[in-house]
Write a protein that binds this ligand. Structure first.
Ligand code: TEU
Length: 548
């Protein structure tokens, strides 16, 4: 097998966010302590031990701030308070203290591109054209023909403009997302200062960092030009890539790095190319980490994953930017659902899809947790959940993302750990197979997806080559992705000091594939106690980690 692509090693002393496994908590759907059918901070606190058992190092908690919930918390009306639905500040402090006591870092969501239209800043700004806060948002005069100021479309409804006409004051305001989410104007220094204060508020409380929502939105071309015709209809949030943003990120970096204790920012730079994302971080500049979404959208195909890995190496490595890997989040169909739907579209029969579904998700988990970079696990991914079927009368999200946000089933009881009382039901229906595919049932079954995640995370933690080793793509038969991870001198002694090398093989096909035999099987996606010596036959949709 010939090597054709290598990423460098990370020097010793890598910061925690480069060696951590992150776990995303979507608080509405994680766990409910008060029986109102919506998750809350006490619910999260009650399950911290489960997350420590899983072996993750850090939590990213999606928004729990005061919000009218037009976008389920991504429309913030007070950045410095907890929405009563989720608890209160004292409850957050308890959650943070308990997480830290268990060795879990806590990163919270920060939504700098827009506020809620109920935020006092927007209430003030929209009260009059003369409001001192008028320029905190992006206003434009009416055009002669009554059309919106430019051709930008809103992210959730591509047929709708990213502008709403505000009758009382006779101007349009910009919103890349819902009308209830007016964009802040970061060209106004007071906005930047106020948003910095919101960071300080949480840093002072002890959070380990932030996941910064659509953070590339904080700089926009002040001329607000039309998007070119060839991309008209693509949400502007996926195109906005302005030089001024980099300066603003440097200020944020300086603020965050000014705090003791290695705080960090992982940015959601929702641009369509890895090359573009790469310009937002690296070598201590701007963001600490940035999400890279092409792997999340990649189909279950070896060549496409290989291309994602090659692109990542090519774009990030020269900049010293550390990769991140994501299979799932609260905005996209879960991996099983995504792969199943793609297979159905490609003509796979339903029986085959049913047989392959979990196997594909298991093999993908091995990929996620063995690639070079920081993995992010989305709650419920470790249970192998599919999206919920959400009937029309229960759909609530303006972006059509309800399915992946279904509540996490905790046990096999009737309510699956969501204690709902008199007529209360969970805010979204539970995912399929909750009777068997729940935390308690999977914890009791060593063959479960949950235990696979736990084993893979544990292997990662105990294998220096997987945490910080170089990654070399290897030649492999069609439909197989193979890579080698190495630290030190590359001698396969299994000792951290002497160097360490492991090999990962992933079969994306529905048939067995012959590869080079030999080596010890450290982890297999389909078997808690796999064969000791690798036979060279890689089963369908199977991933193995070997020490050759
Ligand atoms: O998402 C930003 C984003 O651009 C997409 O993921 C978006 O959800 C998709 O284009 C819609 O189809 C972030 C948050 O992750 C998301 O939940 C919020 O709704 C959005 O920002 C606005 O804050």
């Amino acid at each position: 097998m010939a090597a054709d692509e290598t990423e460098g090693e990370v020097p010793d002393g890598a910061p925690w966010w480069e060696t951590a496994v992150f776990y995303q908590v979507y608080p509405r759907s994680f766990a409910d302590s008060d029986g109102d059918g919506v998750g809350d901070l006490e619910g999260i606190r009650g399950h911290l031990a489960d997350l420590a058992w899983l072996g993750v190092d850090a939590l990213w908690i999606s928004p729990f701030f005061r919000s009218p919930m037009a976008d389920f918390g991504y429309d913030v009306s007070d950045y410095c308070d907890v929405d009563p639905l989720f608890g209160d500040l004292a409850g957050f402090d308890r959650l943070l203290a308990d997480a830290h006591a268990l060795g879990l870092r806590v990163v919270i969501d920060w939504v700098p591109n827009h506020t809620s239209d109920q935020h006092p800043w927007f209430v003030d700004a929209s009260s009059s054209r003369d409001s001192p806060r008028r320029d905190w948002y992006v206003w434009r005069d009416p055009t002669p023909d009554g059309a919106p100021p430019n051709n930008w479309v809103s992210a959730f409804d591509l047929s709708a403009p990213a502008w709403t006409f505000h009758e009382p004051t006779g101007q349009w305001y910009l919103h890349l997302f819902e009308a209830a989410q007016p964009d802040l104007n970061w060209d106004e220094p007071a906005v930047e200062a106020a948003m910095h204060d919101t960071l300080r508020f949480w840093l002072d409380r002890g959070v380990d960092g932030f996941r910064a929502d659509v953070v590339h939105g904080i700089g926009k071309d002040p001329a607000l030009p039309d998007d070119p015709p060839e991309v008209a209809g693509v949400p502007h949030c996926a195109l906005n890539d302005e030089p001024v943003t980099h300066e603003r990120l440097r200020s944020i970096r300086a603020l965050v790095d000014g705090y003791p204790g290695d705080r960090m920012v992982v940015g959601e730079v929702f641009l369509l190319s890895t090359d573009a994302v790469a310009t937002y971080y690296g070598r201590g500049d701007e963001l600490h980490l940035a999400f890279n979404f092409p792997p999340l959208f990649a189909p279950w195909r070896a060549d496409r994953w290989r291309a994602c890995i090659e692109d990542t190496v090519r774009a990030l490595d020269p900049r010293g930017a550390w990769p991140t890997w994501v299979l799932a989040n609260h905005d996209n169909p879960r991996p099983r659902t995504r792969y199943d739907r793609a297979a159905a579209r490609a003509g796979e029969d339903a029986g085959t899809t049913a047989r392959r579904s979990e196997a594909r998700a298991r093999a993908a988990a091995v990929l996620l947790l063995t690639l070079r970079g920081t993995p992010f696990v989305y709650q419920g991914e470790e249970l192998g959940l599919c999206d919920a079927e959400v009937p029309p009368d229960r759909q609530v999200d303006p972006g059509g993302r309800d399915g992946c946000r279904a509540p996490v089933p905790w046990d096999a009881t009737g309510d699956h750990g969501w204690p709902t009382g008199s007529g209360v039901r969970t805010w979204l229906p539970l995912p399929p197979e909750a009777d068997t595919r729940n935390r308690a049932s999977e914890a009791a079954d060593p063959d479960s997806v949950l235990h696979l995640y736990r084993r893979a995370i544990a292997l990662r933690r105990s294998t220096p080559a997987l945490v910080r080793g170089s990654c070399t793509l290897l030649d492999a038969p069609d439909g197989v992705l193979a890579y080698r991870r190495s630290v030190g001198d590359g001698v396969a002694e299994g000792s951290a000091t002497d160097g360490d090398t492991v090999e990962v093989l992933v079969n994306f096909t529905d048939g067995p594939v012959e590869v080079t035999p030999g080596g010890t099987v450290l982890l297999a996606s389909d078997d808690p106690s796999p064969e000791a010596r690798f036979t060279g036959v890689l089963g369908p949709d199977r991933a193995v980690v070997l020490r050759r």
